[in-house]
Design a protein around this ligand. Structure first.
Ligand SMILES: CC(=O)N[C@@H](C)C(=O)N[C@@H](C)C(=O)O
Length: 693
């Protein structure tokens, strides 16, 4: 960030917390990604600012699983390292776009991530595998150490040379066009095709060659030669512990312009493929093998329909017969990320539950899932091989993600936080959990961040933050929407989980299904009504903000009420019909809303653009041009509609950001512009235009 932050003290005075100055905030190390070796070594990925402060770069750090010693850094390079996974011999595999010190000739073009290995005893990392299109991911067999990799490959290219030649041919001819013959054509922020993802068998990681000797590139065998557009072989793979089987979820057509995923199993020696779980009414994904390799646990996501939201359950699948049984029948939450216990008798998984994203355990011999953790949101769950512990990353509104150790037998526990470089010493305020009751009796749970000093004598202005999805919930730390940055500037931030939020049961989702402007909106207002009654909140100085679906809702709020002094809407849906036809996965939305030509009702009832004339509240519109989830047309049309109507408004446009804002500089101006806009309209201060925009 190049700007001192206007909302704080002089640049040389020490700030009370890193949230008071945006430059300090950008410099907080960010933990993401955790891997546990079979002998209990733990590694995390940590992002820090590069020396020019132009990007966050990830490096691998080793963490003491006992929590006695401080974490220490294992890797260092300008492009960074990510996706760590341990091989059974104790070497650490990871991906990195770092240059190969042994390379004799420079291959032209953008450096792409390659597969690297750090030897078991430490020392220099060495290059294992590079591909022109990069290594997009890999899986390691837990016992045998065999490796399979994901790499994007040009159509018809039988080997790496042919792939490279085809890419070069297009480049030399100045061709970037793609001819599509199937739907979809984009994903989040990138085009699909002409190269698609393939799964290659690498086998054992080839031994290191003596320094100065040119080693042969490892031989790869294409396990998915038929992989075709749009998604190729997919991006989720796992290997059986002995490396003999590979499970992956494969994308298949589902009616015209529709897709769903099924689980396929491949013999890694012969390449022979069979469909293991295929359900025309569900997406199947996330397959994980049992320690004996005889079973798989995966997620079944019952597809939504016009009448019903999706629903999730875990399937236990017999690898030999393909017989599947429901492991979480009757569990009214949405399980994800399943993993077997060390002895194969239990499955651990994650699920949203009451404003948390908790770790659960379910035994294979029956019984209901048991919640192991009390507070917080967990990810990257790893099971110790001796069954003694679970390791994971934990975040919440009280902490960004940090590595923790969890007792696999205790219920509703607080985990042990392991020493790491990302722990925050002090937050600029305090966190409360609050609730309100909607007109139909439904409980609406919220998180409330209060700034230091908020009291009846000094009530804090209030920001309503609306989460995206909409099938999500506020429960985990976000660097992009961090309430503490606003708390450091004196605001209270309310983060409610209204109808459609996950973790409150299927009926709570049903309450808002197909009626976004209904219960989800009224629940939010119920949550605000309850909080503004508090003496430490200033009911008169309030604003509403949201991104993505949260942006949709911010727009809807603007059309329904004048109670807020300002609205901030980022990557927002404005005209639901136009959005559905241009988002990257239209079929996802048409299930809920119907075909806009044949069933226009839900579009007409819920599309904010139809009520544009009612908007009086000043609005800050924010959108990234590379957003293919909520295409830029939504932001442009909203902005035009506001300007045409003379609504006081500003448009913060990011020509090269996607659905999120990912670079430190742009993140800085996002916060600066939001803070300046709120200061003008909520605090009544003079408009201070951020210098760099
Ligand atoms: C395919 C799809 O649209 N998935 C949703 C989870 C999604 O991306 N929603 C966006 C609009 C959001 O609110 O985050």
């Amino acid at each position: 960030m190049s700007q001192p932050d206007a909302a704080t003290e002089p640049a040389d005075a020490p700030a009370p917390t890193p949230f008071h100055r945006l430059a300090d905030y950008a410099a907080i190390p960010r933990v993401g990604g955790l891997a546990l070796s079979r002998d209990g070594r733990l590694v995390i990925a940590v992002q820090t600012l590069d020396p020019e402060k132009k990007k966050w770069v990830s490096a691998l750090w080793e963490v003491d699983p006992e929590g006695r010693r401080p974490a220490h850094r294992l890797t260092r390079s300008a492009p960074g390292e990510s996706s760590p996974a341990w091989a059974p011999d104790g070497s650490l595999l990871f991906t990195s776009a770092r240059p190969d010190p042994e390379a004799t000739a420079d291959k032209n073009g953008e450096p792409k991530p390659a597969l690297w290995a750090l030897p078991p005893g430490g020392g220099e990392a060495r290059l294992v595998l590079a591909r022109t299109g990069g290594v997009a991911g890999f899986a390691v067999a837990a016992d045998s150490g065999h490796v399979a990799v994901l790499a994007s490959t040009m159509p018809g290219a039988a080997d790496a040379e042919a792939d490279e030649a085809r890419r070069k041919e297009r480049k030399d001819a100045g061709v970037s066009a793609v001819l599509h013959e199937s739907y979809p054509v984009r994903f989040w922020d990138h085009d699909l095709g002409p190269a698609v993802s393939h799964v290659y068998w690498l086998g054992q990681v080839p031994p290191e060659v003596p320094a100065g000797t040119a080693g042969e590139p490892p031989e790869l065998r294409d396990l998915t030669p038929e992989a075709g557009p749009p998604h190729g072989a997919g991006d989720e793979i796992s290997l059986s512990p002995d490396g003999r089987l590979l499970a992956r979820s494969e994308d298949v057509p589902d009616g015209p312009a529709g897709r769903r995923s099924r689980l396929v199993l491949q013999d890694t020696a012969t390449g022979e493929t069979r469909v293991l779980v295929d359900d025309p009414l569900a997406d199947i994904h996330g397959g994980a093998f049992s320690p004996d390799g005889r079973s798989l646990v995966c997620v079944r996501e019952a597809m939504s329909t016009y009448a019903e939201p999706p629903d999730y359950t875990l399937l236990l699948v017999d690898v030999e017969s393909g017989r599947a049984s429901d492991l979480t029948a009757g569990f009214d939450r949405w399980p994800s990320a399943p993993q077997f216990s060390a002895d194969g008798s239990t499955v651990y998984f994650l699920a949203d539950d009451d404003g948390r994203h908790a770790i659960f355990r379910v035994d294979l011999d029956g019984g209901q899932p048991v919640r192991l953790t009390e507070d917080g949101a967990y990810s990257d769950l790893q099971v110790a091989r001796d069954g003694s512990a679970l390791f994971a990353l934990r975040s919440g509104y009280d902490s960004p993600a940090v590595p923790v150790r969890v007792d696999p037998t205790a219920e509703r526990q607080q985990p042990v936080v392991l020493p790491n470089p990302g722990t925050i010493e002090r937050l600029p305020g305090r966190l409360e959990e609050v609730e309100a009751v909607a007109a139909d009796g439904a409980r609406v749970q919220s998180w409330l961040v209060l700034p230091e000093g908020a009291s009846a004598d000094n009530p804090a202005p209030l920001l309503l933050w609306i989460h995206g999805g909409p099938l999500m919930s506020w429960n985990s730390w976000s660097w992009r929407w961090c309430p503490w940055v606003l708390a450091a500037r004196g605001y209270a931030v309310l983060m409610p989980n209204p109808a459609l939020s996950q973790g409150f049961g299927q009926d709570f989702v049903r309450r808002g299904w197909g009626e976004w402007g209904g219960a989800p909106y009224t629940d939010l207002m119920t949550a605000v009504d309850a909080v503004v009654e508090r003496p430490d909140i200033d009911a008169d100085r309030t604003a509403a903000m949201g991104g993505s679906f949260g942006g949709y809702m911010a727009n809807w709020v603007a059309t329904q009420t004048d109670r807020f002094r300002a609205i901030v809407t980022h990557a927002s849906l404005w005209d639901l019909d136009a959005f559905t036809g241009t988002t990257d996965a239209a079929y996802y939305w048409e299930k809920e809303w119907g075909d806009p030509l044949r069933e226009p009702k839900r579009y007409e009832q819920n599309s904010p653009h139809r009520f544009a004339d009612a908007i009086r509240t000043p609005m800050l519109v924010i959108h990234g041009d590379k957003d293919y989830r909520v295409p830029i047309g939504e932001g442009l049309r909203l902005w035009y509609d506001l300007q045409k109507r003379g609504v006081p408004s500003k448009f913060l446009y990011f020509p090269d950001e996607n659905h999120w804002v990912l670079t430190p500089g742009n993140t800085g101006v996002w916060y600066e512009t939001v803070i300046a806009f709120l200061a003008e309209h909520v605090l009544g201060e003079e408009w201070q235009r951020p210098e760099l925009v």
